[in-house]
Design a protein around this ligand. Structure first.
Ligand code: DAH
Length: 369
């Protein structure tokens, strides 16, 4: 390092000239005053007090001055830098203060506002109804199973003995996933869980499954493209239709109380043989509305009976598809609509109420456990 240059005069070094130092100081102070936000002030600090600011660069020049000139130039530049630093501190405090005031106003919470305007929700009645329905079977020792809503066509149709050209596979009923060739559908019923249960569980099987099902129906008073079913399945040795009848009767007692008759009507489902539809006596009029001269009944439309769903003895072809020996085992199955059950159990007349999510509807049943 070379020795200080004795002839080096601060007045000759432009950046150390008193006028120049005064100008840099004034410029810095003006910029600080003009900074209108903390972000802007940060930029101003970098520009006027940072390592590469004019005053910092001027300060570096001092080292090269002759000793007699150092003190005076040091005082001048040091004073200017101190002023700038103090101005920064002051402006920083002012701007922080302003921000705090603004936050207090902007983020103020009016604690006098009514707190109960947003209604508290409740569990959806479709959920509570499905739980109540499955509970009846859980209390008889059944287990609950769950399965995918996006289902392989094979589970949804083939294994359940739907012939390849069965009309239920066609587009008007089934939501196909991606392309029709993907082999995937949104399950159109909970019956594929019969197959899944038989393939994954040890025999005997006593299961129920409640869940979402999908069909390409328009939403109207009695239809929804998304609805819920509860499936029941028993496969054991020596199971007969009498067991099915007993299970259905127990379900009706669990859901609607004692003393209601049930009846089977012959029907067709590919996965049960024989198949039936099952009705229960109307729990409101107990059949009286269908008698001559009886009062009309809204719940059963004066028919005296309410349709519960489909059922039957598991078709041996389904057992074979699941690797179960139909010579040794037999079983029954049923499928019931959850929305339908909710509709007639609680007098809900319009499907829209169940899908629109109005909390007033949910709360009306929210107390039910
Ligand atoms: N899966 C049928 C449907 O959605 C309902 C059904 C009928 C289920 C008979 C069954 C059954 O388990 O045995 O229409």
């Amino acid at each position: 390092m070379s020795a200080p240059n004795k002839s080096y005069d601060p007045v000759e070094v432009t950046s150390l000239h008193p006028d120049e130092v005064a100008r840099m100081r004034a410029e810095a102070l003006a910029a600080i005053e003009a900074a209108s936000s903390l972000d802007e002030l940060k930029q101003t600090r970098l520009a006027h007090a940072g390592d590469r600011s004019p005053l910092a660069l001027a300060n570096r020049e001092i080292g090269a001055l002759p000793p007699h000139a150092k003190a005076e130039a040091g005082k001048r530049v040091g004073g200017a830098r101190r002023d700038v630093s103090e101005a920064l501190k002051r402006r920083q405090a002012e701007l922080e203060d302003e921000r705090d005031q603004r936050v207090l106003v902007e983020e103020a919470v009016d604690v006098t506002l009514p707190w109960d305007r947003v209604q508290r929700g409740a569990r959806h009645p479709v959920t509570t109804t499905a739980e109540r329905m499955t509970d009846v079977f859980v209390s008889m020792g059944f287990e609950i199973v769950e399965g995918p809503e996006v289902e392989a066509e094979w589970f949804n149709f083939d294994a359940l003995n739907f012939p390849p050209a069965h009309p239920a596979r066609e587009m008007q009923d089934t939501f196909f996933v991606e392309s029709e060739e993907s082999g995937l559908v949104l399950r159109t019923h909970t019956s594929p869980m019969q197959v899944r249960a038989l393939l994954t569980r040890e025999l005997p099987v006593y299961v129920v499954c409640a869940g979402k099902t999908f069909r390409t129906d328009e939403l109207d008073a009695t239809h929804s493209p998304v609805f819920h079913q509860m499936e029941g399945l028993v496969v054991d040795e020596g199971i007969t239709m009498a067991d099915l009848r007993g299970a259905i009767d127990a379900f009706v007692v669990g859901m609607f109380g004692e003393g209601l008759r049930t009846r089977f009507r012959p029907y067709f489902f590919p996965f049960t043989e024989p198949s039936g539809e099952v009705d229960m006596e109307c729990f409101v009029c107990r059949g009286a509305s269908a008698e001559p001269g009886g009062e009309p009944c809204r719940t059963c439309r004066s028919e005296g009976w309410i349709e519960l769903g489909g059922c039957g003895m598991v078709n041996p072809r389904v057992l074979i598809a699941c690797g179960v020996d139909p010579e040794r085992y037999s079983g029954w199955a049923f499928g019931l609509g959850v929305e339908r059950t909710l509709m007639f159990r609680h007098g809900v007349e319009d499907m829209h109420d169940m899908v629109e999510g109005d909390v007033r509807f949910t709360r009306a049943f929210g107390m039910e456990i």
